[in-house]
Design a protein around this ligand. Sequence first.
Ligand code: DX5
Ligand code: ZN
Length: 234
Amino acid sequence: MTTPRNAPITIAPSLLSADFARLGEEVRAVLAAGADWIHFDVMDNHYVPNLTVGPLVCEAIKLHVGAHLIDVHLMVEPVDAIVPMFARAGAGVISFHPEASRHVDRTLALIRDHGCLAGLVFNPATPLHWLDHVMDKLDLILLMSVNPGFGGQSFIPSTLAKLREVRTRIDRHVAAGGQPIKLEVDGGVKPDNIRSIAAAGADTFVAGSAIFGKPDYAAVIKEMRTQAAANFLG
Ligand code: DX5
Ligand code: ZN
């Protein structure tokens, strides 16, 4: 385990499990409960078999996030045309799946050119070779620990080995003078498995049903943070 001790932990609740009829209220509540980022899942019924929300809704919640980042997870194909729309709608991070873009390097540059942090997302079966030539263009790497499209699925255990592999790549990149890159995990993250996920090298944790399914958001977020940090205490 090579994650630096005291590495900051970022908790990013996924709005997919929030009450969509009260979205602004849900965003304010989860941030007041201690969340860091708001994870915003964009599905197009083409790249994934589900349909969610677009830039208009992102712009609407921007009014409720204050200085917190909106972490836009694009599950759409193609990608490029929608990037500027989300940048204008207030996205802080924009991540996409490499196999959904014809020109990955160009899409990464497009995201940064629009003033956002850029991320690449890997499905459970997507190989890591997509990282080989773009490490300097990344602010975040997101490993899916479920197949994308739905909230409430179970964490796929082989993600832990994949996280360790990416952590090694990031540490090697930073040791060679490269920029920091956050390592995010998305799908089936809960208070009772976050410690082993953090031990495998993740520092940024998406959780939808674990938080929005519960009556006390603050209690869940506090427990997740405590469990994730416990990993750094040995
Ligand atoms: C799935 C989404 C996830 C999802 C996570 O395609 O990308 O962000 O909302 O939900 P949970 O935490 O319930 O697995
Ligand atoms: Zn997501």
